[in-house]
Design a protein around this ligand. Structure first.
Ligand code: TYD
Length: 205
């Protein structure tokens, strides 16, 4: 199974990923937990360029750096793990680029999507879990963490609202499970587990 988690910053993806990872491991799955950007050694350097380097990154360069991170991630980590029968859980995948670089940054959504799909050689997730929250609430939650905001996190509310809207548009595809991130942590996790169980059963039948 290849499962991706999506949503704007602050919706609680990592908490849900932690819980799902533990549950799947307890059930005996061989789980690879990863993230974008930065799921590989090369990716960590790209992540630094994208999020922590001083100075601007032009929108198209930004889109290509995320795509480069993803191309290497898929080729050297995700695809080999799936081939070995492992379950891959990724904190973000190409929907992030479509939402952030395409819609929020105002590049052409379909162009960003096509670049990303080319980068990953059209590898699609079996399931994409979208945690949904209005941007102002997500930003409040994120600020509570007290960590120094990175380059993307310094964007205005409207940027994240555009990303959220695009995520919701994309979520019409059947591979998506959309969950209201205002629900309690255990309620969200229960919805995720139900859907993952169905996917797992469908895969083994
Ligand atoms: P993330 O690791 O989720 O942030 P954090 O370290 O705060 O948990 O993601 C890093 C940032 O990169 C986040 O603001 C979303 C952004 N991003 C894009 O703009 N496009 C992409 O394709 C990806 C994968 C992330």
């Amino acid at each position: 199974m290849f499962i991706t988690f999506e949503g704007i910053d602050g919706v609680g993806k990592s908490t849900q990923l932690d819980l799902l990872e533990t549950w799947l491991k307890d059930l005996g799955h061989d789980v690879v937990r990863t993230l974008e950007p930065g799921g590989t050694e090369l990716g960590k350097e790209i992540r630094h360029l994208l999020l922590h380097r001083k100075g601007d990154v032009s929108p198209r360069a930004e889109a290509l750096l995320y795509a480069a991170d993803r191309a290497h991630h898929v080729a050297t980590k995700i695809k080999p793990s799936l081939t070995q029968g492992k379950t891959v859980l990724s904190d973000r995948y190409f929907d992030s680029s479509v939402a952030y670089q395409g819609a929020a940054r105002d590049l052409e959504v379909d162009e960003v999507k096509n670049i990303s799909l080319w980068a990953v050689d059209h590898l699609m997730p079996d399931l994409t879990i979208l945690l949904d929250l209005p941007a102002d609430q997500a930003i409040l939650r994120r600020n509570k963490k007290g960590t120094e905001p990175d380059r993307l996190e310094r964007e205005e509310v409207a940027f994240f609202e555009r990303a959220r809207d695009e995520y919701l548009r994309r979520a019409e595809e059947p591979r998506f499970l959309v969950i209201d991130a205002k629900l309690a942590v255990h309620e969200i996790q229960a919805l995720i587990r139900t859907r993952v169980s169905q996917l797992s059963a469908a895969g083994s039948s």
